[in-house]
Ligand binder design. Structure first.
Ligand code: NOJ
Length: 513
């Protein structure tokens, strides 16, 4: 017999078929002055050159090598953006990108985490920014993409200490001062929520902290308390940097500042009241944990209730400072999950973030390590609707959305085209329905060094030949599709583009791995 979830999925898919925009062009969206299309990268994943020109390690370096999950990958070139940025910016311009999202490596710009600025770091980012500006590409810059300087982690435990607020604000201030004449969109933290869950509850991402019975054998940490403490300090650090920007720079630089969250489209597993309430709870924990303080000045009631004394409390002043400390929210979105009530976890003596939510998460097509993501744009539509209904429809950038494929897929990435096309169609529906989305960035512009998968998996529109001494770039089918969408402004949903047959020049080893 077919399960209820099967019928539920079928129904939702049919709804999407009926309601998703199918034939659309770039011009169906507002013009670039109001809505931008771009693609993104992040410093650690793009730059390489990890010990060049004065850069010091970040917590991501420590996680990746030599004890992390990427043993043996050290020394392997990433796409080497540090040296090839000019060529890449040219590629962006040729593709027709209206905007580029990238991050600054804190430990490249300020190697000691605080204090003197590294002239070489300054020079690199000035060069990159000037190159982008001269090609008319809008800049969206993230200040922290999971790559806190290791020196601050060692000195005082990074985000577990209030000291981070001052150091992050000073680092942000250097960026506003040095680059703010050309950068109009600042994002403080990437995936603030999932950075915390991965790094302080499960211990599967930097700084790899967790405690039994939760997580995966961390050497240190406390999964019950640390996620909430670190999240609290990230909110305070964000608010402090945003205040500096608004007080000192915004009037003359005319830019915007926001924060980025990871989102999952949550749907009740059944229409039983328990599952509907459990779905609200999942949203309150994943989104409300950050969005409620940012919009209302405090955590959601259900988070306060379930976490209890382990949840830090905002003073009146802090609450005022966090509230309204953003001009936009950035969202990363890849998947959808079904939510089942799981009240038993609340009976546990010791609880972590997951136990506090008290739900069972049934992921639809988990692409975390192997598969490709299923194309479920209604999840994104639901998330945008959630922000519209619950948070007063703030300006939103879709900072990341894209398809993971094994590196071996090479250039013929039709599944990536289907994914991007499906989500852009869903986004158009949401925009037509009054959601305040202002931009969409494909993740990623080119193949990068993945946090969990190193160079086994790729998200790029451009293929990077890691076996070639010049790490040459090649357009995948998806790059051609996106470029046509951006430039010709007339692509239809069935607008298959000719499959690239000429793969000569690419080391076959990577294509057939
Ligand atoms: C989100 C992260 O921000 C990015 O660094 C990563 O590459 C993608 N997810 C894909 O895993």
């Amino acid at each position: 017999m077919l399960s209820l979830s099967f019928w539920l999925c079928l129904l939702l898919n049919l709804v999407v078929l009926v309601f998703s925009a199918e034939n659309f062009t770039r011009d169906d969206f507002p013009p670039p002055s109001l809505f931008v299309f771009g693609a993104g990268t992040s410093a650690f994943q793009f730059e390489g050159a990890e010990s060049e020109d004065g850069r010091t390690p970040s917590i991501w370096d420590t996680f990746s090598y030599p004890v992390g999950n990427l043993q043996g990958e050290k020394g392997k070139k990433t796409c080497d953006g540090y040296h090839k940025y000019k060529e890449d910016v040219q590629l962006m311009a040729d593709t027709g990108l209206e905007a580029y999202r990238f991050s600054i490596s804190w430990s490249r710009l300020i190697p000691n985490g605080r204090g003197p600025v590294n002239p070489k770091g300054l020079e690199y980012y000035n060069n990159l920014i000037n190159e982008l500006t001269s090609h008319g590409i809008q800049l969206h810059v993230t200040l922290s993409h999971s790559d806190l300087p290791q020196v601050l982690e060692d000195e005082y435990g990074g985000y577990l200490s209030r000291k981070i607020v001052k150091d992050f604000t000073e680092y942000a201030g250097v960026c506003f001062r040095e680059f703010g004449d050309r950068v109009l969109h600042w994002n403080t933290f990437n995936e603030a929520n999932i950075f915390i869950v991965g790094g302080y509850d499960l211990g599967i991402t930097p700084p790899q902290r967790c405690s039994p019975p939760f997580g995966f054998n961390c050497a240190r940490g406390n999964s019950s308390t640390e996620p909430y403490i670190a999240a609290h300090n990230i909110l305070l650090a964000h608010a402090s940097a945003a205040r500096l920007y608004k007080d000192k720079y915004q009037d003359r630089q005319h830019g915007f500042i926001g924060i980025n969250l990871y989102t999952i489209g949550f749907f009740p597993y059944t229409n039983a009241t328990e599952d509907l309430i459990a779905t609200q709870r999942a949203n309150a924990f994943f989104i409300g944990w950050f969005a409620n303080p940012l919009v209302f000045g405090d955590y959601p009631d259900i988070v306060e209730k379930n976490v209890g004394k382990r949840l830090p409390v905002f003073t009146k002043l802090e609450s005022e400072q966090v509230k309204d400390s953003f001009d936009f929210i950035g969202l990363n979105h890849y998947t959808t999950s079904y939510i089942k009530d799981n009240p038993s976890s609340l009976k546990m003596d010791i609880r972590d973030f997951n136990a506090d939510i008290a739900v069972e998460l049934i992921v639809k097509g988990d692409a975390s390590m192997t598969d490709e993501y299923p194309v479920l744009p209604y999840g994104l539509v639901e998330v945008l609707e959630y922000f519209k209904q619950n948070y007063g429809n703030p300006p939103i950038y879709i900072h990341e959305n894209g398809q993971q494929t094994p590196y071996s897929v090479g250039l013929n990435d039709t599944s990536r085209i289907n994914f991007i096309q499906g989500f852009i169609g869903g986004l158009l529906d949401a925009v037509r329905n009054g959601c305040n989305a202002r931009g969409y960035f494909v993740w990623s512009f080119l193949d990068l060094f993945e946090l969990l998968g190193g160079s086994q998996f790729s998200f790029g529109l451009y293929y990077v030949d890691l076996d070639d001494k010049d790490v040459k770039r090649y357009p995948k089918l998806s790059a051609k599709w996106y470029s046509r969408f951006l430039k010709e402004r007339s692509i239809k949903s069935d607008g298959a583009i000719e499959v690239e047959k000429n793969m000569s020049g690419i080391s076959q080893s990577h294509l057939s791995q």
